[in-house]
Design a protein around this ligand. Structure first.
Ligand code: ADP
Ligand code: TRP
Length: 338
């Protein structure tokens, strides 16, 4: 089951359901991104209007090199399209192709108390890990708010770590509506997939910044090496083991049927079943699941201009919506009419 905050609130709202989410082009996508976010993005495209974008402005908080950003953006687009994003069903675009979000972000920044952003957990977490923050990283939740509200989105499918940012979005939406005396923006809800937090090789949350990822499009010996490096305890092969405390088992559960999970859990409990064997079975599952997507990705790479054409068309649709919002916001805030 997925979980949605305040789903009931949506009923009776004057806003129609619109799904939106973004992903940063900040490196290779991994199993955490897939099971926490991408899988639900793709599933939701059959349930209503969807806007998905590659958050290249956001990536500027941590990546300064333009060539890297361009390559990462192209890679993320290819990954999504290979994984099943259908541009005929969802508007898929680059964040920076709708520069109006920066304007809205400024307007929101001027209505946001420092305290609200100072409490942002993802910022505090990054600083605690030693990242030297720039101002962009600090104001990031305001740009994210603009990303969501400029399309008057009502549902934001994300992983657990983004919940606080959606709460900030709701806060700012409320503040804006109150300031102008009109319900311009909906109160968006977040949506979590059934696995909100995928563990990495070391058991911490899987994350690019922890260097503990299994990349979605890794294959062959590189993938094998990664899977074999999953950290396990030193219980000897013949001893019983606790599946609930094992990273390999947690990852296996993402792919296996309930019967397969039960079978492996029993093998753990009985003893005589080693972590090496569990890793081999996990590797097989990853290859079976992602094999067809790898093939699809290879085909897409060969189609010159395909990605660019998709992103441009998505941006046209998105920008059209964004302009409508900006016109209303400019009018209500006394800025010039365009
Ligand atoms: P990373 O932590 O690797 O930098 P991002 O912050 O770019 O990943 O996350 C992109 C999306 O994937 C977000 O919606 C986030 O919540 C989700 N996500 C990232 N890592 C995980 C994980 N380990 N488990 C579940 N969801 C995740
Ligand atoms: N902050 C998100 C992440 O790091 C990416 C993102 C940017 C996003 N803007 C968004 C997600 C708007 C959902 C909605 O993963």
């Amino acid at each position: 089951m997925s979980s949605t905050k305040n789903e009931t609130e949506e009923k009776g709202s004057k806003f129609r359901k619109r799904v939106l989410s973004g992903v940063q082009p900040s490196g290779k996508l991994h199993l955490g991104n897939y099971f926490g976010a991408i899988r639900q993005h793709i599933a939701l495209q059959d349930e209503g209007e969807c806007f998905y974008f590659i958050a290249d402005y956001h990536s500027m908080t941590t990546i300064s090199d333009g060539k890297t950003r361009r390559e990462n953006t192209n890679d993320v687009a290819l990954d999504y399209l290979a994984l099943g994003l259908d541009p005929a069903k969802a508007a898929f675009f680059r964040q920076s192709d709708v520069p109006e979000v920066c304007e809205l972000s400024w307007i929101f920044a001027c209505m946001t108390n420092m305290g609200l952003i100072e409490r942002a957990v993802s910022y505090k977490d990054k600083v605690a890990r030693g990242l030297v923050p720039n101002v962009g990283l600090f104001t990031y939740p305001i740009l994210m708010t603009a990303d969501i509200l400029i399309y008057r989105s009502t549902l934001v499918p994300v992983g657990e770590d983004q919940i606080h940012n959606i709460e900030i979005t709701r806060d700012i939406a409320q503040r804006f509506n109150h300031a102008v005396g009109e319900e311009v923006f909906p109160m968006p809800n977040y949506r979590l997939d059934q696995v909100a937090k995928v563990p990495g090789l070391d058991g911490q949350k899987m994350s690019k910044s922890y260097g503990n990822t299994i990349d979605l499009f890794a294959e062959g010996s590189a993938l094998k090496k990664t899977v074999m490096s999953i950290v396990t305890d030193s219980t000897p092969l013949e001893s019983p083991k606790d599946p609930a405390r094992c990273n390999v088992f947690a990852l296996y559960q993402l792919f296996a049927s309930p019967e397969e999970q039960e079978e492996m859990a029993n093998a753990y409990r009985q003893g005589g079943f080693g972590y090496g064997e569990a890793k081999k079975r996990l590797l097989q599952k990853i290859n079976d699941y992602f094999g067809p997507f790898r093939e699809k990705r290879r085909q897409l790479v060969a189609q010159k201009d395909f990605v660019e054409d998709v992103l441009r068309e998505g941006a046209r649709v998105a920008r059209n919506e964004a302009r409508k919002t900006i016109d209303v916001v400019r009018e209500l805030t006394g800025l010039g009419r365009m």
